[in-house]
Design a protein around this ligand. Structure first.
Ligand SMILES: Cc1ncc(COP(=O)(O)O)c(C=O)c1O
Length: 302
């Protein structure tokens, strides 16, 4: 039996039901997080990766959508630990907390509209290839703008943008898409941030380029600076910089580290996975499984 957390209680998944009149279902008015917990086969323990940072971002998303959270980020970390304890998985898991507008009425306004919270976990391996290198395409779809639906907040409704870009890419036989903002600068992947390497520097879109401010992104920045001594630059990236980059990779909770070996049929570098990407990928996977004591503070034991 799978246990979930639903409207204040741990209940069997089958009992966690919402009405078809729920505001979040009618208008996409919920915010969520995607968190991974990794099973460490040597320790025989489960570690949740940076859950506090995820719940702090959930709090920011909730603020933007005028949702009220009944729990502090610390309390939500404890709830996540308890949920995993109750389900006792022994494999890598994905955790999905959701704060949603639970009013049952027609009309999109966010006021006088109660908030509810739920959370479930599912087993999850690779969401996108992390080994061989992926071929991607620059999407025809533009990234949602901060003044339309803020990408900084992880709002369910904005994932229509992701769904359109990702589906188009899959229909054209690409693994994923790179999405540009309205001014033509690189925002991110469909549901992941992006890094490129040029002349030994690690470059990623800045937070004002309509991106989700990724927790993996900030982990990569720290690992690159502290472990590889790399210069990391957050700035606008032009589309054609993608075509001349030496290395490139996606990063995100779902995507983890996914090396990109071609964009719009241009090889990235010589078309194979670059050495900086490989080093960062190894550092990342060792950190998330709590195999690097220096980053043990990122891993919360269940
Ligand atoms: C649109 C988008 N960008 C970036 C990311 C990466 O964020 P994080 O590393 O916090 O998972 C995600 C989620 O994984 C996302 O959905």
């Amino acid at each position: 039996m799978t246990t979930v957390f639903f409207e204040g209680k741990f209940v069997p998944l089958e009992e966690a039901k919402i009405s078809i009149m729920t505001h979040a279902f009618l208008y996409g008015t919920s915010v969520f997080e995607g968190i991974r917990a990794y099973w460490n086969e040597i320790d025989k323990k489960m570690y949740i990766f940076r859950p506090l940072e995820h719940f702090e971002r959930l709090k920011q998303s909730a603020k933007i959508l005028r949702l009220e959270l009944n729990h502090t980020p610390e309390q939500m970390v404890a709830l996540t630990q308890e949920l995993l304890r109750r389900n006792a998985p022994k494999e890598d898991m994905y955790i999905r907390p959701i704060s949603y507008k639970a009013g049952m009425r027609i009309g999109p306004a966010l006021l006088n509209n109660p908030s509810e919270f739920c959370m479930f976990t599912v087993p999850m391996g690779d969401y996108i290839d992390t080994d061989k290198g992926v071929s991607v395409v620059v999407s025809n779809w533009r990234r949602i703008e901060d003044n339309a639906i803020p990408a900084r907040a992880k709002i369910a409704g904005s994932y229509v943008n992701t769904a359109l870009a990702k589906t188009d890419a899959l229909l054209s036989n690409f693994a994923d898409a790179i999405v540009l903002d309205e001014r033509g600068h690189v925002a991110e992947g469909s549901a992941m941030n992006i890094f490129i390497v040029r002349s030994g520097k690690l470059i990623t879109s800045q937070v004002s380029n309509n991106i989700l401010e990724g927790i993996t992104r900030s982990s990569i920045i720290e690992l690159a600076q502290n472990e590889l001594g790399l210069e990391v630059v957050e700035r606008e990236i032009d589309r054609t910089e993608l075509y001349i980059a030496d290395e490139m990779f996606f990063c995100g909770t779902g995507a983890q580290i996914s090396p990109i070996t071609s964009v719009d049929y241009y090889d990235v570098g010589n078309g194979s996975i670059g050495s900086i990407t490989t080093s960062l990928k190894n550092l990342y996977f060792s950190a998330v499984k709590n195999k690097n004591p220096k980053y043990a503070h990122w891993c919360v034991e269940v």
